[in-house]
Design a protein around this ligand. Structure first.
Ligand code: CDP
Length: 224
């Protein structure tokens, strides 16, 4: 079977990464979580500033100091920043609230997009994010765009946060998700939009299993 690029874009907490991990495991593809890369850059920027206010100019100047890599075990995906495993830290609520502001910076996007494109040269990858089907791999053979109601996404995100020990009210999680949606969808550089040739899936009423089957079926048809 031929190796292809699968792009899964969409809104926060629509299950993109869970689906991408499962599909990568079944197809023996590599999973790349581009959100983790934007999160790692955000975490780096926060660490540089003791007051917690990100200095954009300083971050742009220091981009070449940032090395991100991934390590994989069964269904487990660890993110490393300059050799240190930051998988847990990049999910902290401070990173959640700053990441979309960092992801708006064109220099940051150019820096990460070129790395993402290199990771995909040999194909056989599933990449999830916001601009994979539009900017990173406009030529991807399979493109999906996932959306769901903000309230449902917030509930999911709140449960995920509890699992990693971050108690946050539903109202606060919902506000943070809506703020990120707005920044991601309205930014000038690579906004979150569906690629014309992406398959749009509304997942509010669907189980992960159902969406997985839909994606899997389409991918198998494409590669057979
Ligand atoms: O997991 P969740 O859906 O909350 O988000 P994520 O995939 O970890 O991405 C975090 C943030 O990074 C997004 O809200 C975007 O601001 C940014 N991002 C982006 O701009 N482009 C991408 N390809 C991936 C993420």
């Amino acid at each position: 079977m031929k190796k292809i690029i699968v792009a899964i874009d969409g809104f926060a907490s629509t299950g993109k990464s869970s689906l991408a991990k499962l599909l990568a495991e079944t197809l023996d593809y590599t999973y790349i979580d581009t959100g983790a890369m934007y999160r790692a850059v955000t975490y780096y920027a926060l660490q540089q500033e003791p007051q917690g206010n990100i200095n954009q100019e300083r971050l742009i100047l220091n981009l070449d100091q940032i090395k991100i890599h991934f390590e994989y075990t069964h269904l487990d995906h660890q993110t490393f920043l300059n050799g240190v495993n930051v998988s847990k830290e990049i999910r902290l609520s401070q990173v959640n609230s700053e990441v979309s502001k960092v992801a708006k910076i064109s220099e940051v996007r150019a820096f990460l997009v070129s790395q993402q494109q290199k990771l995909g040269v040999d194909k056989g990858i599933i990449m999830d994010g916001r601009d994979i089907g539009t900017v990173v791999f406009p030529e991807a053979e399979c493109k999906f765009f996932l959306k769901a109601l903000p309230e449902i996404r917030a509930k999911r995100r709140q449960l995920e946060q509890i699992e990693i020990g971050n108690e946050e009210s539903l109202a606060s999680v919902l506000a943070s998700i809506k703020e990120r949606d707005l920044i991601d969808s309205t930014r000038i550089d690579s906004p979150l939009v569906k690629a014309d040739d992406a398959i749009e899936i509304e997942v509010s009423e669907k189980s992960l299993e159902e969406v997985y089957q839909q994606l899997h079926e389409h991918i198998i048809k494409t590669i057979s």
